[in-house]
Design a protein around this ligand. Structure first.
Ligand code: PMP
Length: 395
């Protein structure tokens, strides 16, 4: 065996989990994905999706995607920079900029590429990135690619953020980077205080709205809109892979910053543009977000119902107040076993174990969609309560 393969063969955690029958990844879905999916020929309730508005199967969005394929074909065959810009990309960028309250928006091929290509490109050797310790992996990769000095602050802890800001030279560029809604624990960034501190220390702010758009703010414009701080935040990023029911991502900002990114951001310039179908799907999803506010209302109704249900049964759910509900297990093996048992009972949830979170913070991530019903939630809550009781996880 070559040295490379010999080294990689020592990584056997997946095989061990498979041998125990608790391997929870790459489960193959044989149906469309809404609140019910078919896996191994069996119907299970989906509580592991990021499609917060439940739009992935919406007939108008599917029709828009098909129409775009008919007109533009299946791919763009190049990067936006060169031959890959379509009129519908530019129209969507204008709409997204207006939607989140910024001068311009730029569409990337995924949300991951936005964080990678924007954060790394904005800051250089002399500059500082100041980041929350629970920021998403793509933010971590973006900052790692930058030559800046990178300083971490304690999760959503404003005293810790101020201490870090104070330690930076006054005349150097500082960029604070946070998730609007934190992707694993479902809590919300303290944006009003972050804005106040950024003003005091002359720092710029970047907010990842992957889990905020479609959920918070007027017509789902995100947490920056919810807190009334969109004008004070310098860059707002969003993804199309969650509430927008598509694939791709964007960053919205002022014209000066947008011009710089368009000509320097490497994951934008050196990667093909998003497909016509994905682009048209996002536009159609925006139409629905703007015209059907009842979807967001129902999402929140289901969210409050689930939060009350978990709290009443004595489940540890941390500081969440959003459709992302972490059910803390704090043990890798138990998290895998419970994920499997719930799946066998007809409930699909996602395990979150180390290294995604510290090993004493492992959890099951339970997430809601606007298409869930109370009956589906009652079913899941009952199964979870019985299972967690067996593992002595209820207070
Ligand atoms: N930011 C956050 C907070 C996310 O949760 C994700 C996706 N899990 C991304 C960025 C990346 O988005 P995409 O799926 O579009 O690559």
């Amino acid at each position: 065996m070559k040295l490379l393969q010999a080294k990689l063969a020592r990584y056997d955690a997946p095989q061990k989990a498979k041998a125990l029958g608790v391997y929870p990844y790459f489960r193959e879905i044989e149906s469309d994905q809404d609140t019910e999916v078919i896996i191994n020929g069996k119907k299970v309730l989906m509580f592991g999706s990021n499609s917060y508005l439940g739009l992935t199967n919406h007939p108008k969005i599917k029709e828009a995607a098909i129409a775009a394929i008919k007109k533009y074909g299946t791919g763009c065959a190049g990067s936006r920079f060169l031959n890959g810009t379509l009129d519908i990309h530019v129209e969507l960028e204008k709409r997204l900029a207006r939607f989140v309250g910024k001068e311009e928006a730029i569409i990337y091929s995924t949300g991951f590429q936005v964080n990678l290509g924007v954060i790394s490109c904005l800051t250089g050797r002399e500059d500082y990135i100041i980041w929350d310790e629970l920021d998403h992996a793509s933010i971590i990769e973006g900052r790692r690619l930058s030559f800046s000095t990178q300083l971490k602050f304690k999760h959503n802890d404003m005293a810790s953020l101020e201490k870090v800001l104070k330690s930076c030279p006054e005349d150097k560029v500082k960029l604070i980077v946070v998730d609007g809604v934190f992707s694993m624990e479902g809590d919300v960034a303290n944006l009003p205080e972050i804005v106040a501190l950024a003003k005091k220390y002359n720092a710029a702010i970047y907010v990842d709205e992957a889990h905020g758009i479609g959920v918070f703010g007027r017509q789902g414009r995100g947490t920056c809109d919810h807190f009334g701080v969109a004008q004070d935040v310098d860059l707002i990023m969003g993804t199309f892979s969650k509430s927008f029911a598509s694939l791709g991502g964007f960053v919205a900002t002022d014209s000066i910053t947008a011009n710089y990114l368009r000509h320097n951001s490497r994951s934008y310039i050196f990667s093909a543009s998003i497909t016509p179908a994905s682009t048209a799907a996002v536009s159609a999803a925006l139409d629905i977000m703007e015209s059907e506010p009842e979807r967001i209302e129902h999402l929140w109704e289901m969210t409050h119902y689930a939060l009350d249900g978990f709290r009443n049964m004595g489940c540890e759910i941390g500081n969440t107040s959003t459709p992302i509900i972490p059910l803390f297990i704090r043990d890798n093996n138990k998290t895998f076993r419970i994920t499997r048992e719930l799946f066998d009972e007809g409930v699909f949830v996602n395990p979150v174990v180390s290294p995604a979170v510290p090993s004493d913070s492992t959890l099951i991530r339970f997430s809601l969609m606007a298409t869930h019903t109370k009956e589906q939630l009652d079913f899941a809550l009952d199964k979870i309560q019985k299972c967690f009781k067996r593992y002595d996880l209820l207070k």
